[in-house]
Structure formats: structure tokens, C-alpha cells
Design a protein around this ligand. Structure first.
Ligand SMILES: NC(=O)c1ccc[n+]([C@@H]2O[C@H](COP(=O)([O-])OP(=O)(O)OC[C@H]3O[C@@H](n4cnc5c(N)ncnc54)[C@H](O)[C@@H]3O)[C@@H](O)[C@H]2O)c1
Length: 269
């Protein structure tokens, strides 16, 4: 369960959804340690947090480096005197068919999207357990359920984040610890610009899908925090992500066949 003014750590906080989380938490009066590899973006987010009524600290941290995540945990306890909420949000994207995506891109993405989340849970949980409370929001994606073509590294990493979160939910039964796994559909951020891809036209299609989405980053953050406050394991902020999750459970092979053409038509209309 989430405290009212949670002492929070947000990774990937220089922009996009991480910044939206930070601003939303600041409006609740939270103190937040903002972590990212981009110091300029961190400073901008820190200003927005202070303006929205929160208290901001920043830390340069590459979540793919376990020593840096371990150091982030120590710093969080120095500046916040305890962590009520960890948001494992940092993430990147890779596009292209299996066999064409360079292994170095697979490794880059898995280091951030999957190992980064594993390190976050690994290093922050022991002290949360000793404190007897704490909540983790792991940012996955509906991609981890949908398994759309030509984005295998991203899909695999997000399926791993969902599985890790589900496992934690079982481990937390009977405790005051909680976990929420966030599975959004597209929303507008810088993720496509930072992506590595072997596809021609892939980034443009993603940009269109992101721009046309009716639920954008601030609302995704609000819905995720509301889900965490209720103690929900799953947060599906978009109608599309709810529909995909339902289809995957009820008619998985049909969903996998129809998904590619459906996404292509959504990016055209
Ligand atoms: N935008 C979407 O459509 C969408 C959909 C579903 C899920 N997500 C997920 O939302 C999360 C946030 O992404 P976003 O869309 O805001 O993208 P973004 O590119 O705008 O933000 C990602 C942030 O992560 C940071 N980052 C990158 N590598 C890092 C590293 N090694 N260590 C620490 N920070 C690092 C970047 O500097 C950036 O500030 C990701 O996990 C992403 O997979 C995004």
C-alpha cells in the first residue's frame, strides 16, 4: 500500500513518464530522488518537482550497472531517510526482426529494461522488508503481453518485468509490501527518438501511434499511482492495453495473428 506523501525514487526521471511520475508525486507533497543518465533532464525535472510542491534530489545512475543501482539505494536512504515507493521506470526500445537486430542492441536493452528492474528490486527490497513496508511500481508495457512482431527484445524484457512483478506479489502475501506492474499502450515521449532499430518506417509508425493515444503520460502516471494506492498488482491505463490483455487470455492465437494488421491500421487512421 502507498503512503500519502511517499518518499520516492524514480528511475528514468529526466523526461517522459518518469518526469510525469515525479510531478504527480510532487503534487502530493512527496520527497523524490530522481535518477537518470541525463543530468540536464534531471535538473529540469527537479525544478518542476519543486514548483509542484515536492522536494527533489537528483542522482546520476545507469540502471544497467548494478554498482550504480546499489549506490542509488544508499543515497536514497541518506537523503530520504527511508523509501516508501520505488518506481523502476527507465526503459529503451529496439525494433527489428529476430536475426537482424544486433546482439549488442539486445544486450543494451536487456541491461536497462530487465536487469535495471531486477537490480532495483534486489537492492531496495531488503531495507523495505526491514522497515516492514514499501511499494514498487515496475514499468512494463502491454508489449510484454502482446508480443507484436519486430520488437522481440522489448517484448521479452517487458514480459520478464511482468513475471518478476507477479512473483513478488506472491512473495509479499501477508506483508505490508506491495507491487504494481504498469502495462501501458502507446503514449507520447522521447522513447522512439532514443530507440535503436533496423526497420525503415518503424519509428514513424510508433510516433503516430503515440501521438494518437488518448491517454498521455500525466494520466498514465496518475492511474498507476492510483492502482498502487489501492494495492492493485496490474495497472492497464489504456483501453487498448485492457483489450489486448483480455484477448491474450481468451483467444491468444487469434490475437497474435490480428495484432500486426490492427496496429498498422491504427497508425494510418
Ligand atoms: N512511451 C510509450 O509509448 C511507452 C509504452 C509502454 C511502456 N513504456 C515504458 O515507459 C518507461 C519510460 O519510457 P518513456 O516512454 O518515458 O521514454 P523516454 O525515452 O521519454 O524516457 C526514458 C528515460 O529513461 C532514461 N534512461 C535511458 N537509459 C537509462 C539508463 N541506462 N539508466 C537510467 N536511465 C536511463 C532516459 O534518459 C529517459 O529519461 C519505459 O520503461 C518504457 O518502456 C513507454
Amino acid at each position: 500500500m502507498l503512503k500519502e506523501r511517499p518518499r520516492s525514487v524514480v528511475t528514468g526521471a529526466s523526461g517522459g513518464l518518469g518526469r510525469a511520475f515525479a510531478v504527480e508525486l510532487a503534487a502530493k507533497g512527496a520527497s523524490i530522488l530522481l535518477a537518470d543518465i541525463n543530468q540536464v533532464g534531471l535538473d529540469e525535472t527537479a525544478k518542476l518537482v519543486e514548483r509542484a510542491g515536492g522536494r527533489a534530489f537528483t542522482a546520476l545512475c545507469d540502471v544497467a550497472q548494478k554498482e550504480q543501482v546499489e549506490a542509488l539505494e544508499r543515497r536514497a536512504h541518506e537523503v530520504l531517510d527511508g523509501v516508501d515507493l520505488l518506481i523502476n521506470n527507465a526503459g529503451v526500445a529496439v525494433g527489428g526482426p529476430v536475426g537482424e537486430v544486433p546482439l549488442s542492441d539486445w544486450e543494451w536493452l536487456m541491461g536497462i529494461n530487465l536487469w535495471g528492474v531486477i537490480y532495483g528490486c534486489h537492492f531496495f527490497l531488503p531495507r523495505m522488508k526491514r522497515a516492514g513496508s514499501g511499494h514498487i511500481i515496475n514499468v512494463a508495457s502491454i508489449a510484454g503481453v502482446a508480443s507484436a512482431a519486430a520488437m522481440a527484445p522489448y517484448n521479452v524484457s517487458k514480459a520478464g518485468v511482468i513475471s518478476l512483478s507477479e512473483t513478488l506479489a506472491g512473495e509479499f502475501v501477508g506483508t505490508e509490501l506491495g507491487v504494481t506492474v504498469l502495462c501501458p499502450y502507446f503514449f507520447k515521449t522521447n522513447i522512439a527518438q532514443a530507440a535503436r532499430s533496423t526497420l525503415s518506417g518503424g519509428a514513424e509508425m510508433v510516433e503516430k501511434l503515440m501521438a494518437r493515444s488518448k491517454v498521455q503520460a500525466p494520466q498514465v502516471a496518475q492511474l498507476a499511482l492510483a492502482a498502487a494506492a489501492r494495492g492493485d498488482l496490474y495497472a492497464f491505463p489504456h483501453p487498448e492495453s485492457k483489450a489486448i490483455a483480455f484477448m491474450k487470455r481468451s483467444a491468444p492465437e487469434l490475437m497474435l495473428k490480428k495484432l500486426g494488421p490492427w496496429l498498422a491500421s491504427r497508425s494510418r487512421t
